[in-house]
Ligand binder design. Structure first.
Ligand code: NAP
Length: 491
């Protein structure tokens, strides 16, 4: 008995989720938002058992898990509060005097249907069962079936219990949120291929996201797969910045690279630095910081062994030299920070050096001049983030490089490091392929809801038959663009 949900049961769950979606459509966006606050209350009320369970299943420390729980609650609340803005209601009233007459048109946005959600191992709360994909799909008016991550099944069950308790308190259909347990690809793939599934939210590896994307595209009715995948998040250090702040940059880089044993999709895996007279100062400071880091337990043995294997494969490439390594203890479970270096020429000649090594591994590429830095930048595919560490005169002198970087990422940082993804309206978490499968959307921040919505215009419908969002009296009291003007007024 492995606890996997049988395929026949998955089919029933999808049918129920579809019925729940149809019932959920009948409540308005304010009621949906109120339900989301109930979910937030239930998650907030989960006691120490949640943190203790997640700690046992993921090896993540208490403080990190407590922070992630608060972030997860905030996602449910802030997406609920943002819903009216995200719906972006447009009303253009009729003009019967015009030739030809202009019809009355009112546009809202409605949920796509049943959404299948796949969470990642490294965020057991914020990007998993009750994470951002589930919150944004529910905000959009969709029902959700989560394929639980095999790395933290008990944590998932606790989070699922919180959502189900809120469903019960709100008197909603129990099919609104369900889970499928599967520790192999079969259950998840059946879900994605099911005709009643209308969209997929995925956070995880490139291999997993691409496999599900291809599967969804081959269905008789193709569906969108919003897959947020791995990234090397290149950081470009420019010469004047190196002159001014070598030791400080080394300190910040080491902290970001090793944060959470490097297990972040925004981990700065590639660092591009000028071969400048002050580079040794940066390297020496970095060597000391990395050597002083203790190896720490990774999420699970599979991640730890993948780290060892992928790191060894990269270190075996021509021209790669290890600069610094934290002492190795229990490599079967722990990850030790490692920094290696390679010249621009060697990097440009070997495509394999640009691959993500998930964990605390950094590759420093040294460049001789601005043209070489730009040539390196051009090799990157889509990234979640790119970063520039620069003084004002550097920015002035490297406009062309910065232009290349804007074409490669979803978030461009200046003088900071990419770990740490704020949940807010202006966040873009997602980038050109292969960082994500649809660079037009974000998976963090209220705009994540838009992934699971489709616009729907009502033409010439009498007021009584319109959804509340579109009625003349504006009974929900929300912001709407009426004949081009943003207003809360009634018509
Ligand atoms: P993963 O191995 O891809 O697993 C994610 C989920 O997808 C699991 O439930 C997994 O189930 C399922 N899955 C994977 N391959 C599948 C396939 N071929 N068919 C059906 N289901 C499949 O990812 P992970 O190891 O948990 O997470 C680490 C990776 O996630 C890193 O690369 C990291 O950079 C990335 N990540 C990205 C973000 C982001 O926002 N972009 C955030 C966090 C992490 P099974 O294991 O049962 O197959």
């Amino acid at each position: 008995m492995n606890g996997n949900t049988p395929i026949s049961e998955i089919d029933q769950l999808v049918q129920q989720a579809h019925e729940a979606f149809l019932a959920f459509k009948r409540i308005n966006s304010k009621q949906r938002a109120a339900f989301m606050h109930l979910v937030a209350d239930e998650i907030e009320a989960l006691g120490p058992e949640l943190i203790d369970t997640a700690k046992l299943e993921t090896n993540l420390p208490d403080a990190r898990l407590a922070g992630e729980k608060a972030r997860t609650v905030f996602q449910w609340r802030s997406y609920a509060d943002a819903l009216e803005k995200v719906l972006d209601i447009r009303i253009d009233t009729a003009d019967t005097q015009r030739t030809p007459p202009k019809p009355d048109l009112r546009k809202t946005a409605v949920g796509l249907g049943v959404v299948a959600v796949f969470g990642a191992s490294n965020f057991p709360f914020a990007f998993s069962t009750a994470g951002g994909d589930t919150a944004s799909a529910i905000a959009a008016g969709c029902s959700v079936i989560v394929k639980t991550h095999p790395g933290h099944p008990k944590t998932s069950a606790l989070m699922a219990g919180a959502i189900k308790a809120a469903v019960q308190r709100a008197g909603l259909h129990t099919g609104l949120f369900t889970e499928v347990r599967s520790d192999n690809v079969e259950g998840g793939q059946y879900l994605v291929a099911h005709p009643l599934i209308k969209a997929v939210g995925f956070t995880g590896s490139f291999a997993g996201g691409k496999a599900l994307y291809d599967l969804a595209a081959k269905r008789p009715e193709p569906i969108p797969v919003f897959a947020e995948m791995g990234s090397v998040n290149p950081v470009f250090l420019l010469p004047r910045k190196l002159e001014k702040a070598a030791a400080d940059v080394a300190k910040q880089y080491a902290a970001s690279l090793t944060l959470g044993v490097g297990q972040f999709c925004t981990n700065p895996g590639i660092f591009v630095a000028p071969n400048h007279k002050d580079l040794p100062q940066f390297i020496d400071a970095l060597k000391t910081l990395i050597a002083d880091t203790s190896a720490a337990p990774m999420l699970h043995q599979g991640i730890a062994s993948a780290y060892c294997k992928n790191k060894a494969a990269l270190l075996a490439q021509a021209g790669v030299t290890v600069l610094a390594e934290a002492p190795e203890t229990s490599p079967e479970t722990h990850g030790n920070a490692t920094v290696a270096t390679v010249t621009a020429n060697q990097f440009l000649a070997n495509e394999q050096l640009g691959h993500e090594v998930f964990g605390p591994f950094g590759l420093i590429i040294t460049y001789e001049n601005a043209q070489e830095a730009e040539a390196i930048a051009k090799t990157f595919h889509g990234e979640l983030t790119t970063t520039v560490l620069a003084e004002p005169e550097d920015i002035h002198a490297h406009q062309s490089l910065i232009e290349v970087l804007t074409g490669k990422c979803g978030r461009l940082l200046l003088n900071g490091f990419p770990t740490g993804v704020e949940v807010c309206y202006a966040m873009q978490h997602g980038g050109p392929y292969p960082a994500s499968t649809d660079s037009r959307f974000t998976s963090v921040g209220p705009d994540a809801i838009k992934r699971f919505l489709r616009p729907l215009s009502y033409q010439n419908w009498p007021d009584e038959w319109l959804p509340d969002e579109l009625k003349n009296a504006n009974p929900l009291g929300i912001w709407r663009t009426v004949n081009g003007e943003l207003t809360k007024s009634s018509l």
